[in-house]
Design a binder for this molecule. Structure first.
Ligand code: GAP
Length: 430
């Protein structure tokens, strides 16, 4: 795809998201708020489907994982110990002429991209988002919104261990919001100041780290291709060199994705050593009495951005065909799995029968009901939001108790008995 087409693509996706209720600009009626976005009725379904697939796959389906859901604001001592107050910063440069500010490491040239002015010397800018807890606003009441969900998994490590009696290796997973005072947010939901992460801290013995790192590398590939439906050719691994990794990491791979605005980080996989647990616990927090072991576990951390997952999925799924726009979402991710239509809105017997089908299917699937306009328009409307199947109740239905089922991708139609619909859809959607 040519560069102009790619930049057009992101505009088309942003416009579809607004038009159909996936994602709206945050605080829009007040003029918005610096790159904040709200997920609308369809967006929250897509996002929740991604999060549930993740939780199911990495927490429920594995014997070596448990989950937590910790507070967003933690004791500031956490961030002292984790090194974030000291090290979690990006190099900021300011233009001498227009005073716009940029992240130095993201600039292609050493001049202001807005006015071509000269740039000042870079300063380190801490990304932690501050607020005050309680009624008094002074230094003692300063707290920070967490910049990663990870730290709660370290701070709660002993509580989890004591309550679950886990033995190494095992992992703790969490899905939740993280906050960073990004210097240059942008590219729609790609870089925002408030976003969601799905993270695993996987605790191991030091000598196992290379094998475990490899195991998670494969798991992350499988997630991207099998669950999200991203294409292998659009995903690239970047081994982050010494000196450019986060302060806690001995090895990091970024999984980059070919977004329409360029190849950018989608996810990360890091070997965090025993850095975090050593900084939080004075005594080794792990003990296996039978094995005579007392140690600081090492950690491999696979981390996934939720919003970047949503964006990659939308970029992959968006397609234009002759007369229609289709979101070719994998069925497991589609906000609605099925839409039900009566052929004609003004025939009460058709509407009644369609309502019956709709309510029966709603017990099993997320289902839309539409009786506006003509059938063709309704199909295209569902294609645009990625609904895999549309069901039409017509006059033959009243005679034969069957319906037309139309496939989003092939646009082929077939007659299915109402009593067989559930099993038909379950097979097709799995
Ligand atoms: N605990 C490790 C950690 O937080 P990270 O690479 O800084 O590592 C993990 O962040 C993931 O979170 C990224 O790969 C990306 O998917 C997502 N992410 C990071 N900053 C983001 C931002 N400002 N907006 C949206 N997603 C972001």
């Amino acid at each position: 795809m040519a560069k102009e087409e790619k930049s057009e693509l992101i505009d088309k996706i942003v416009s579809l998201c607004k038009r159909r209720g996936f994602i709206f600009p945050g605080s829009e009626i007040y003029g918005g708020l610096a790159n904040s976005w709200d997920y609308g009725p369809l967006g929250v379904e897509l996002k929740n489907n991604i999060k549930s697939a993740w939780w199911e796959r990495f927490v429920h389906q594995r014997d070596d994982m448990v989950g937590i859901d910790a507070a967003l604001i933690m004791n500031p001592k956490v961030w002292q110990a984790s090194g974030h107050l000291e090290n979690f910063s990006d190099p900021l440069v300011e233009c001498k002429k227009c005073h716009h500010r940029f992240r130095k490491d993201l600039l292609e040239k050493n001049i202001c991209p807005d006015c071509k002015g000269e740039l000042m010397e870079p300063k380190q800018f801490n990304l932690m988002l501050k607020t005050f807890l309680g009624p008094v606003e002074n230094d003692d009441s300063i707290v920070y919104f967490r910049p990663e969900t990870a730290q709660a998994m370290f701070v709660d490590f002993k509580n989890v261990l004591d309550t679950t009696r886990r033995k190494l290796p095992f992992g703790i997973g969490q899905i939740g919001k993280a906050f960073r005072n990004e210097i240059t947010p942008g590219n729609f939901i790609f870089r925002t100041r408030e976003f969601e992460q799905m993270e695993i801290e996987y605790f191991i013995k030091e000598e196992e780290w290379k094998n475990v790192f490899e195991m998670w590398r494969k798991e992350m590939w499988s997630w991207m291709t099998d669950v999200l439906g991203l294409q292998e050719k659009d995903i690239h691994e970047l081994d982050i060199p010494d000196g450019e990794r986060a302060h806690y990491s001995k090895k990091t791979i970024d999984f980059e994705y070919d977004f329409p605005f360029g190849r950018k980080e989608l996810y990360g996989l890091a070997y965090r050593t025993d850095f975090d647990l050593k900084n939080h616990f004075k005594e080794p927090p792990y003990e296996n009495v039978e094995a005579g072991e007392k140690l600081y576990p090492h950690v491999v951390e696979p981390t996934w951005g939720v919003d970047r997952s949503v964006l990659a999925v939308l970029c992959q799924a968006y397609s234009e065909e002759e007369e229609r726009i289709v979101l070719k979402l994998k069925p497991n991710l589609a906000p609605y799995k099925v839409a039900v239509f009566p052929l004609l809105k003004n025939k009460p017997e058709l509407v009644k029968k369609a309502q019956e089908v709709y309510h029966a299917l709603k017990k099993e699937f997320t289902v839309a009901f539409d009786e506006r306009g003509n059938i063709g328009k309704r199909y295209y409307s569902q294609d645009e939001i990625g609904t895999p199947f549309c069901i039409t109740v017509d006059f033959d239905t009243l005679e034969n108790d069957d319906v037309t089922v139309r496939d989003r991708d092939t646009m082929k139609q077939e007659r299915i008995k109402i009593k067989d619909l559930q099993i038909f859809l379950t097979n097709k959607l799995s």
